[in-house]
Design a protein around this ligand. Structure first.
Ligand SMILES: [Fe+2]
Length: 192
């Protein structure tokens, strides 16, 4: 439902009985953000719209986590420096595939992949990495929290896309969640 503030003018054509609604420039812009590109893909536009929103939400979180793992890679301190420095780089690298695959599933479905740093920062549901300490084991625990959160939302995305009827998107999320679980294990093994 649009609020009156979002609508610029409402006209009524007496002859045809049509109501002509003109949207404000702001509303037009926000709707253009969700405009789909034409595609021959045999998935209904409504389902694609739903999947595009789901994929873009996961993209924001995954991109955010990628930058947080790199931040940890650069700044980690303590007696396990070199091992953690290298581990964090490997974990970050393993997120590059999922980021690209999720973004490209958006475009394959006719959507616009929303993946700049600004968009990701604004849309991400993950907490920012604290900047007060870069103690190695503290970094491991903080990253483990974030991997667990992303793995959980990715698993929810598997169910959401399956229930909606997009087995391909569900399959993509399934592969990604398996990788996240493995990364979580690599981190948690340091804490057990
Ligand atoms: Fe590096």
């Amino acid at each position: 439902m649009w609020s009156i503030a979002e609508i610029a003018t409402i006209d009524f054509n007496v002859e045809s009985g049509d109501i002509i609604v003109t949207l404000s420039p702001q509303k037009e812009r926000s709707m253009a953000k969700h405009k789909q590109n034409p595609t021959r893909i045999d998935i209904a536009p409504k389902l694609r719209e739903k999947m595009i929103a789901l994929l873009n939400a996961q993209l924001a979180d995954t991109l955010d986590l990628y930058t947080q793992v790199k931040q940890a890679h650069w700044n980690v301190k303590g007696p396990y420096f070199i091992a953690l420095h290298e581990l964090f780089d490997e974990l970050a690298e393993q997120l590059e595939g999922p980021v690209d695959d999720v973004a490209e599933r958006v475009t394959a479905l006719g959507g616009v992949a929303m993946g700049t740093a600004r968009i990701a920062a604004k849309a991400s549901r993950l907490a920012e990495l604290p900047h007060d300490s870069y103690d190695g084991m503290q970094m491991v625990a903080l990253l483990a929290d974030r991997y667990a959160q992303l793995a959980k939302s990715t698993r929810a995305a598997i169910d959401a896309s399956n229930d909606a009827g997009d087995a391909d998107t569900a399959d993509l999320f399934t592969g990604i969640s398996r990788g996240l679980d493995k990364s979580l294990w690599f981190l948690e093994a340091h804490l057990q």
